[in-house]
Design a protein. Sequence first.
Length: 279
Amino acid sequence: MKSELPTINIMGTDFIVDVEKFELREKTDESNKLILADWHEKGNGYGFYYDTSVKNTPYDPGYRNNTTSYVTIPEFVKMAPQEMANKYGITLDEVNGKSDFELMVDQKAYDERVNKGMLPTIDIAGHTFYVDIRMDMLRPKDDFLSNGIVFSDIDNYFDEERNAFFIPYDPKKHEFREIDYETITAIPKDLMVVSFPNQTILDPIGWNRQFGSKLTYGLKDKELKSQFTAKPASWEDIYVPQKIKENLERIKEKPKKEKLQNNPIVPPKNQQEKKGRKI
């Protein structure tokens, strides 16, 4: 029989502590959730503004009234120690004395990035790239002739719904290749489409350093990794087949329009003579 999850009371309301999703759900209304990404790290716990009228964070974070207070809660290792032990495959004794950060963040990956200065890498179609936030690019390993993949060049290829880039990629030159959507009439045979996460996923520590944030900011709700692999994607993901169809149709219609322009329809002579004739 599945054991009941622990709860925590926040200003008179009981919330279920779920370490699988790192969230708190109202016990009597599990659709009402408090999530880790909305909390601030406060010492050995978390803090956030809580509005008793909605039993959640205020709809407007800047709004303060008599129903809103700043509350603090313990870390998950304190709220649900057994569940944390089960999640990470360690004993309850091993959980004691550890922080959420020590369990939730890959310590090896953190040490390699912060103390050893190793950049994360991503494999794209068999070639290794360094995730170089400082240079704003995915920098190909051992290929100094390649332009690589500059993040500012691929802004338009970011899919917000899927939180990932989908880009045309040249596997021989190891670089991003822009497509002219206004003239393309066939799938480029020398290119492919690949997908990979954004910078905050590929190198959250480098991102934090670049923008002056605390190096550990946001690491608990991200999976800190040293290595990634780009996924193959389809041309449909970047709307190329649709544009090819549109361009081909436009090209097909162009001669007809030009013929009409060069050979305007002239009314019959008898109609020309009648035009403007007074009755």
